[in-house]
Design a protein around this ligand. Structure first.
Ligand code: 5GP
Length: 182
């Protein structure tokens, strides 16, 4: 017997994603008021590699006004299971002290990665630190994390596409799909 390819079922189409991300960009800018000289606030977007790269690219273009882009690399997953063992594999290039930072994550699952990253970044003295998660799986949470902006809340399914992988594949799928469902 030939091995069967994994089954994918669409959860969010590219058009639905685009609408939501456009709205998020405006929601985000609205929470960063101009400074005392009426200059728009510069927001430092910190994308968590690799999963957030597609969301980050779209979100950055949906936020009006000045944004900077930084990347953090972390690893914590083997296949579809969280190891809970978060490790920074690529650190920020910039000193974020005094900056308004927005951590951009693909998905909040157990919350372990975001909890770890929030602590690791807070000690560097940013002016503010908020979190934007494209997807949220609240039923899987092990540690509570504050998500300031959420794209979509989803049930407990393993999803791929729009930057999210399964064993490094499917990141280039333009939709979000549930893996393993017909
Ligand atoms: P957490 O530390 O919250 O358990 O997991 C965060 C990371 O696990 C995410 O950034 C993402 O890389 C990965 N992850 C969690 N759930 C999923 C999922 O449904 N699909 C994929 N592809 N990755 C997931």
């Amino acid at each position: 017997m030939m091995p069967q390819p994994p089954k994918l079922s669409t959860l969010y189409s590219p058009a639905v994603i685009a609408n939501r991300v456009a709205a998020m960009g405006l929601e985000i800018r609205a929470l960063y008021p101009p400074d005392s000289d009426a200059n728009p606030t510069r927001i430092t977007l910190i994308g968590v590699l690799k999963g957030s790269y597609v969301f980050l690219a779209d979100l950055a273009r949906a936020i009006p006004g000045p944004v900077e882009i930084e990347f953090l690399g972390v690893s914590s997953y083997n296949g579809t299971e969280s190891s809970g063992n978060v490790r920074i594999t690529h650190d920020l290039r910039a000193d974020i002290a005094g900056r308004h930072c927005l951590l951009v994550e693909d998905i909040a699952d157990t919350g372990l990665t975001l909890d770890y990253l929030r602590r690791a970044l807070e000690v560097r003295g940013p002016a503010s630190l908020r979190v934007a998660a494209f997807l949220d799986k609240p039923s899987r949470r092990i540690v509570p994390v504050q998500l300031d902006f959420i794209g979509f809340s989803i049930p407990d399914h393993f999803v791929v596409g729009y930057g999210l992988d399964y064993d490094q594949l499917y990141r280039n799928l333009p939709e979000v799909a549930i893996l393993g469902k017909a």
